[in-house]
Design a protein around this ligand. Sequence first.
Ligand SMILES: Cc1cc2nc3c(=O)[nH]c(=O)nc-3n(C[C@H](O)[C@H](O)[C@H](O)COP(=O)(O)OP(=O)(O)OC[C@H]3O[C@@H](n4cnc5c(N)ncnc54)[C@H](O)[C@@H]3O)c2cc1C
Length: 413
Amino acid sequence: MTDATTDILLIGGGIASAHAAAELREQGYDGSILLVTREMDAPYHRPPLTKGYLQGSEARASTLIHSEDWYAEHDVQLRTRTPVMALDAAARTAKLGREQVGFGQALLATGAGIRRLQVDGGMRDGIHYLRALGNADKLRGALDGVERVAVVGGSYIATEVAASLSLLGRQVTLVMQEALPLERGFGPVVGRFVHDLLTEHGIEIVAQADVARFDGDGEDDAPVTAVVCADGRRVDADLVVVGVGANPDVMLARKAELALGESGGVLCDRTLRTSAEAVFAAGDVCEYDSVVHGRRLRIEHEEVAAAQGRHAARAMLGATEPYAEIPYFWSDLADWATLEYVGPALRWDEEIVGGDPATGAFSVLYAHEGRLAAALAVGRPDDLELARELLRSGGDVGELRERFRSTQPGSRT
Ligand SMILES: Cc1cc2nc3c(=O)[nH]c(=O)nc-3n(C[C@H](O)[C@H](O)[C@H](O)COP(=O)(O)OP(=O)(O)OC[C@H]3O[C@@H](n4cnc5c(N)ncnc54)[C@H](O)[C@@H]3O)c2cc1C
């Protein structure tokens, strides 16, 4: 027996669910919508947690995706602090705490959870991770009196945190496995640019380092005092922030026996429908069959999650088009540089550079077998748009190659 019913159940309090709700109403849908999240807060943007909100320049209220009044105004029932414990896709019921709720269709948008470093001393006081607003509040609160910070990780979360904390006057050391920051995803040109940018702003980089343990002043729960690397290098720190990636949160999907994909996400078809007829997925958790890339993809970026939430909403209303957006991502390193990227490229055999990284305005095209696979731009939005168009049409990279060659440093334009 169900205690209540809703036409559409949106599971998860992130941007995917928030945009799904908005799209349903914008499409004129007048059925009941229930959005459920286990968090205390209404859906909010996570990117500010490493940027303006962490730096103290952005207020909490401005991180909200919809204002507090929006939900009532749009007749969307919002339930915070409510974990969905179980989902029966065939019976179309969900367990919200002790309550059983029936639904017509559901969106699974449970996002991702932080990956924790499993090393000795990993539970020490003063080691922080960033996923939720509460994590950022705790980190901000702990910064008083702190001089030396070690940030573990070489990807965008870690580099953004390093830049923000440096902006706040802390002495920051980045400890990472990579030779150059962001190199894994974006190659050596971008890696060198980010490395130089961070070091010019006083951030120290300890590269090609595996964290072996966190030292402290006493037992395992005593406050952290240093990051110790496997090769013996030691970084003294009063506080540590770890940003080493996230895992899709498929706990509920697994329990519901939905099919999972190779990247560990919830397997979806081209329209973002899961293996269950009445259940769609969107956002960090969604592993979909991309008609643009001709392969399965799972993307952890905010604009993708928003677009997928909207697409899934239209699919619930009967639309049958495949999801065909070109994934876009941006990253801010304090107010020093913004990186923008379209792709993603799993592999590439050519990097074509336009502009000059030394001037702070450049772009990189990533080509594979003569076809554009991705592009990254700093301060050159037009390049990004051209690349986006080319990715959409699946075209040959030849024409852009010529255009980019003519903007190489030292070449005539
Ligand atoms: C610190 C940080 C900075 C970022 N910066 C950028 C950036 O600069 N640019 C960019 O493009 N992307 C950035 N991202 C990535 C972006 O924020 C994510 O891609 C986006 O938040 C994914 O949205 P989502 O709705 O899929 O999931 P999430 O935002 O993870 O939301 C999922 C929600 O579901 C809830 N939930 C999970 N399971 C249950 C359950 N069983 N019952 C109820 N609720 C549940 C979770 O608590 C959470 O509220 C950043 C991410 C982080 C963490």
